[in-house]
Design a protein around this ligand. Structure first.
Ligand code: GAR
Length: 196
């Protein structure tokens, strides 16, 4: 299978980014991660990128005086990398509409819940798992979906489910869901790259 270029965006630890990179190294995913973009200068994902020779780009919101600076910078990078797929892996800043339009069906995101439940602006990370437990849901999971102009609303590509146990803490549930994310995301990226 021909290897294609992908660009990953991450704001935090970067465990999904790492899982994708490891799957690519093992040739389980026909991808070369050419760049890691982060809005957070302290993101663990950046350390991983630097340790593994992946070009890293830091775009902290504070560095943009004018409203369009972020958009222009993103456009420049994406034009240069010309990725077959853009993979959001825990990226918390909104992707500008112009980029979503230009890369229609080429930007995907992973979310730690069974969308459409617990999705939308403000729903991320541990907050999601706390709400799942408070609501007494019997199952949760993760969703990979295409990115559109509205947070977490794009068409669903795949989901993985996990049980919610009676005595679960949000942290325990988060860990169970994250394990599934690390399996699901590489599978979806592999599928999409081999059908693009
Ligand atoms: C993941 O659980 C991902 O699903 C979530 O952020 C975490 C990033 O972890 N994304 C969202 O909540 C998006 N709304 P990671 O940095 O270890 O990959």
């Amino acid at each position: 299978m021909k290897t294609k270029n992908i660009v990953v965006f991450a704001s935090g630890t970067g465990s999904n980014f790492k899982a994708l990179h490891q799957a690519a190294l093992k040739k389980e995913v026909p991808a070369r991660i050419t760049a890691l973009i982060s809005d957070n200068p302290n993101a663990g994902a950046l350390d991983y990128a630097r340790d593994h020779g992946i070009r890293d780009v830091v775009l902290p919101p504070s560095s943009f005086g004018e409203a369009d600076g972020y958009l222009q910078k993103l456009q420049e990078i994406l034009d240069r990398e010309s990725p077959s797929l853009i993979v959001l892996a825990g990226y918390l800043k909104k992707i500008p509409d112009e980029i979503v339009e230009k890369y229609k069906r080429k930007i995907i995101n992973i979310h730690p819940a069974l969308l459409p439940k617990y999705g939308g602006k403000g729903w991320y990370g541990i907050k999601v798992h706390r709400a799942v437990i408070e609501n007494g849901d019997e199952e949760s999971g993760c969703t990979v979906h295409y990115v559109t102009n509205n947070y977490d609303e794009g068409p669903v590509i795949a989901q993985a489910r996990v049980p919610v146990r009676k005595d679960d803490t949000a942290e325990q549930l988060a860990e169970r869901v994250l394990k599934q994310e690390h399996l699901l995301y590489p599978k979806v990226v592999r599928f999409l790259l081999s059908h693009s």
